[in-house]
Design a protein around this ligand. Structure first.
Ligand SMILES: [Mn+2]
Length: 290
């Protein structure tokens, strides 16, 4: 018996931006990482992949049709940071091997330790974040959302690392950044002069073949994005945020993750800003490449 009536009568919510493309048809491959087991302050980022997908279907994104995207769903639930990282690494490397671009919906920031370790040789890592995530250890562990970038830089060489919108860090992190060539463009610098910051950042990435963008929503001021796990005042505005994302995506997007959205403290603004961030990144990169 035909089961067509099911398809006509029921709506299956499954995909980011409502995309129904297959893996083969798509240029961008979305997957979710519902993981927040190392959260130090407010757990809840594990619910973000679902929340981001839901809100993405209600936002009016004018040119979303031109973005070729497939959504694979979420990685399985786990409370093991090692197992989460192994799965993210495996998924990212398979997507890159198929010559497609991974788009990851976190989850906490720790996942970038695995996904960014898969980027190519002359690719820059651009991180939007209030924090530097360069501690050696925090709350008695060495592998968590405050140390992942240090673990990554210990593991492999990356052509260029830039943290955009930073404002909340300790001395140890500042020193590590200086010694290891991590460039910092603070939220204050961006707020004083957006145009100069866009020019400075364009210059900084002019010698790489592409960028991996890692976007922690706490880069925004908590007034625009209260639904994050570690809110920090003095953040940037959505306008600066999207302009900077477009600047980087123009030179070629090699991977993207959006992390630290926490739906338990959100009324939709943070998740909506996350969707817009992904939209601007993918649209800019779709229209400037190929
Ligand atoms: Mn952060």
């Amino acid at each position: 018996m035909s089961e067509d009536w099911m398809r006509f009568l029921f709506y299956k919510r499954s995909a980011f931006m409502g995309s129904e493309k297959s893996f083969d048809e798509a240029a961008y491959i979305v997957f979710g990482v519902p993981f927040d087991a190392t959260a130090s302050y407010r757990p809840g980022a594990r619910f973000a992949p679902t929340e981001i997908r839901v809100i993405s279907e209600y936002l009016e994104l004018p040119e979303e049709e031109s973005i070729k995207l497939a959504d694979l769903g979420d990685l399985p639930l786990t409370n093991s940071v090692e197992i989460m990282l192994r799965r993210v690494q495996e998924a990212s490397s398979k997507i890159i091997a198929a010559e497609k671009i991974p788009v990851i919906l976190g989850g906490e920031h720790t996942l970038t330790l695995a996904s960014a370790s898969e980027i190519g040789e002359n690719v820059g890592l651009v991180i939007f974040d209030a924090h530097l995530d360069l501690r050696n250890e925090y709350m008695d562990t060495r592998l968590n959302h405050t140390t992942w970038l240090r673990r990554l830089l210990e593991k492999r060489k990356i052509a260029k690392v830039i943290v955009v919108g930073a404002r909340a860090y300790v001395k140890e992190e500042q020193e590590y950044a200086k010694e290891n060539g991590v460039q910092i463009v603070s939220s204050l610098e961006i707020s004083y002069d957006l145009k100069a910051s866009v020019e400075k950042l364009s210059d900084l990435v002019s010698d790489v073949d592409g960028v991996y963008l890692s976007i922690d929503l706490d880069v925004l001021d908590p007034g625009y994005a209260p639904g994050v796990s570690n809110p920090e005042p003095q953040g940037i505005s959505p306008l600066s945020f999207f302009e900077l994302i477009k600047t980087f995506s123009k030179i070629g997007l090699r991977g993207l993750d959006v992390v630290e959205v926490n739906p338990l403290f959100d009324q939709g603004q943070t998740a909506a800003n996350a969707v817009y961030a992904i939209y601007h990144a993918l649209l800019t990169s779709s229209t400037t490449s190929s």
